[in-house]
Design a protein around this ligand. Structure first.
Ligand SMILES: [Zn+2]
Length: 296
């Protein structure tokens, strides 16, 4: 029901996502390197508070706190056995805050390794990890699943396939790009056109870019043009970092201001993007600034 309304709304108007989760949780006291997803069980009030800030900023879509919620990543924190509970809680917390005011994107980040033959993780192992996460996020009330910050199109195919198998009707797939001598590429050397084509063929219904390395908002604008050209009728989502992280007085800072995000949002939408939001370093202020240039 809500999934259908999300689809309809997406064809009617551009939608606003939310901003960073990880860097925001760190500001709320999460130690660097600690498991942020564990907070869904240990500090639900803090996770709710972050969702509330983005909802107040005007987000149409709230992203669950489950980026590192696959069993494969959680195993690194000794939390493999809690994977189901962590992901169900992630979706429930976002839903509790959003009510019917926003749609919930169940977040699925990379499984945390390399696939065979480059790495030692078999496609079956990765698929099982993604499937388990997808099932739990949908059980907790996610309206759509967001496969994000991907570099390897094979991993996208596996994750998107798992999300579809779990029953998600709307699956968003986004890659992290960087600049190379031959244009924007993922870390695995995949172009925007190939990335989009393969994600769509695997069953993604929305495609795009997030995060990335050393990409300015101008780069993101050019990247949007490439993504839109490749996506055909599929909606494109663009969620940049707030600039590259820089170390200032011992603290990690992000350079792009909220005002710059508002200007960028206008440009991304003019280039054909249908969902805009932010990734690392972006805050509720960045999202509120984007809201100010978007109609409801
Ligand atoms: Zn990011």
């Amino acid at each position: 029901m809500r999934t259908e309304s999300l689809r309809q709304e997406l064809s009617r108007r551009p939608l606003l996502g939310d901003g960073a989760t990880g860097t925001q949780l760190q500001q709320m006291g999460l130690a660097p390197g600690a498991c942020g997803e564990r907070w869904n069980l240990d500090h639900p009030e803090r996770v709710r508070e972050l969702h509330r800030r983005y909802l107040t900023a005007g987000s149409d879509l709230l992203t669950t706190n489950s980026f590192g919620g696959t069993t494969t990543v959680l195993a690194g924190h000794g939390l493999e056995a809690s994977a189901h509970a962590i992901n169900v809680a992630a979706a429930r917390l976002a839903r509790e805050v959003a009510g019917e005011q926003a749609w919930i994107l169940g977040d699925m980040g990379p499984f945390g390794g390399l696939l065979e033959p480059l790495g030692e993780v078999s496609p079956d192992t990765a698929a099982a990890a993604f499937r388990q996460q997808a099932v739990a996020l949908l059980e907790g009330g996610a309206d759509a699943l967001l496969v994000e910050t991907m570099s390897d199109p094979v991993e996208v195919e596996i994750a998107v396939g798992a999300a579809r198998e779990a029953g998600a009707a709307v699956v968003i797939a986004t890659y992290a790009f960087q600049k190379s001598a031959v244009g924007y590429r993922t870390m695995m050397g995949t172009s925007a056109a190939e990335a989009v084509t393969r994600a769509l063929a695997a069953g993604a219904t929305v495609v795009g870019a997030n995060c990335g390395t050393d990409l300015s908002l101008r780069d993101y604008e050019r990247l949007t043009v490439e993504l839109v050209a490749a996506a055909g009728n599929a909606p494109v989502i663009v969620q940049p970092n707030a600039g590259s992280p820089v170390l200032r007085e011992g603290k990690i800072c992000y350079a792009e201001s909220a005002a710059e995000f508002a200007t960028a949002a206008t440009r991304f939408l003019a280039a054909g993007a249908r969902i805009v939001g932010g990734c690392c370093g972006s805050t509720p202020e960045h999202i509120a600034a984007m809201r100010s240039v978007m109609e409801r």
